[in-house]
Design a protein around this ligand. Structure first.
Ligand code: LLP
Length: 427
């Protein structure tokens, strides 16, 4: 979020609202989403890539409000489950602008995608080709892309690297798996192969890996032309655009990405005698990540061994990224002016495991104490989307702010919500 810190009183405002007021009003832990910032990011991508289709990857965070913003901003939407598809549909998102992903789509997901009229389905394996074709009604055709593994290493952590063969997504170019699947799709009259897809990984901060993938994708498109006489009109380069989680970190700039990719795309396809394809990109984190901020309240400050632990009222339930990927959010004291001198503390959550560490080494004012508020910027992506209810603790609310106004777009989960799906044994 475009947080505006005011050093004098330690206050931070987002869209004209003080985070400490929002914490008071909605309770903590709290996720604040800056609608204006999200929309600006959508617009920056569309401006940078006017000829491309920009699809927001809903897995980063999706709700009906977010789907409506994406619809209004004219973006496409990447969905990867029946749930995401239904949330988007409930927000009136046009199905023809949706792309369905998944390495193991369920029969229900495929059927729903066809029923809703999803624009593109990205096939990830050979079994899916016949499975999908069998569900398409006679005289109908479903547009599909084939997800291939381009053989390019990129991404911030092993768990989010998908550009090389040693992971579950896509079909290898090298061993002919991709070409075999392509031949099978072209054999199915109810499927229309419109292009190739690849996704290198996530939190990639350099454009270089994307450029490295282009000649490989072009070479495959040329082989498809040579073998089948088919020119594939589209290329989906996936998402993975990295953001700055901490001050001073580098983010992938959409304008720079667009310039370099468009230039290299045309060149790589021209080199194999093909026209530049219609480009699709699928950023998730880069659109919503910087628009979010998490707010926690300090419950305990305690010294154990050589460390000072600052325990807050959230943790791995609302943000599993530190535990999963070694992410280190930047936390700062807000809502009051702290001491001028600082100390290094370990900020931990309230959940029952020692691995519930939000940040192992944060500089906080010396006088940090229970009742203080801590804010973590760049919290909009893959936090609430991956939140759990471990320890029977309900998930925090998401409050959207715009022009001095705050609206709850996902309410706090209560124990009553958790009990609602718990079935007692009865007598
Ligand atoms: N397209 C496809 C096919 C994807 O698999 C993904 C992300 C995206 C687009 C969007 O990627 P983004 O632009 O957001 O990096 N939970 C992890 C990230 C997992 C990404 C999964 N796929 C994290 O918190 O870092």
């Amino acid at each position: 979020a475009r947080a505006r810190p005011d050093a004098a009183d330690g206050e931070v405002t987002v869209a004209g609202l003080r985070l400490s007021d929002l914490a008071e009003r909605f309770g903590t832990p709290l996720y604040v989403l800056d609608e204006g910032e999200f929309r600006d990011r959508c617009r920056a991508y569309r401006r940078a890539l006017p000829q491309a289709h920009v699809a927001y990857a809903g897995k980063a965070f999706l709700s009906r409000a977010v789907a409506a913003w994406v619809r209004e901003e004219g973006l496409h939407l990447d969905v990867c489950s029946l749930g995401e598809l239904e949330v988007a549909a409930a927000a009136g998102f046009p199905a023809e602008r949706m792309i369905l992903h998944g390495n193991a789509k369920t029969p229900d997901e495929l059927r729903a995608a066809l029923r809703f009229g999803v624009g593109r389905i990205v096939l990830d394996n050979v079994a899916e080709v016949a499975r999908l074709a069998a569900l398409v009604p006679a005289h109908d055709r479903q547009a599909v892309l084939i997800r291939v593994i381009p053989g390019v290493e990129a991404g911030a952590h092993k768990a989010i690297r998908t550009g090389t063969a040693d992971q579950k997504f896509g079909l290898s170019i090298e061993h002919g798996a991709a070409e075999d699947a392509i031949a099978r799709v072209l054999d199915q009259p109810r499927l229309e192969l419109v292009g190739l897809h690849c996704h290198l990984g996530s939190q990639i901060t350099s454009v270089r890996p994307f450029l490295a993938a282009l000649p490989r994708m072009a070479a495959l498109a040329a082989r498809v032309r040579d073998r089948h006489g088919v020119v594939l009109p589209e290329l989906d380069l996936g998402g993975g655009h990295g953001i700055a989680y901490r001050s001073g970190e580098h983010a992938l700039d959409p304008a720079e990405f667009a310039d370099d990719v468009m230039r290299h795309l045309v060149r790589a396809y021209a080199a194999v005698g093909l026209p530049g394809p219609q480009l699709i990109v699928e950023p998730g984190r880069a659109l919503i990540g910087p628009a979010g901020v998490a707010v926690y309240r300090v419950l305990v400050v305690k010294r154990t061994g050589d460390r000072t632990f600052v325990a807050v009222d959230g943790g791995m339930n609302d943000n599993p990224r530190p535990a999963l990927y070694g992410a280190r959010p930047e936390l700062r004291l807000i809502g009051r002016a702290g001491a001028r001198t600082t100390r290094t503390v370990t900020v931990v959550g309230r959940f029952c495991e020692a691995g519930d560490i939000l940040a192992p080494d944060v500089e906080l004012p010396d006088d940090v104490r229970p009742g203080d508020l801590l804010a973590a910027p760049a919290a909009g992506a893959y936090q609430m989307a991956m939140a759990s209810t471990y320890n029977m603790v309900g998930r925090p609310p998401v409050v959207a702010v715009r022009d001095g106004r705050a609206r709850v777009i996902v309410r706090r989960e209560t124990t009553a919500d958790l009990l609602a799906r718990d079935v007692p044994l009865g007598d």
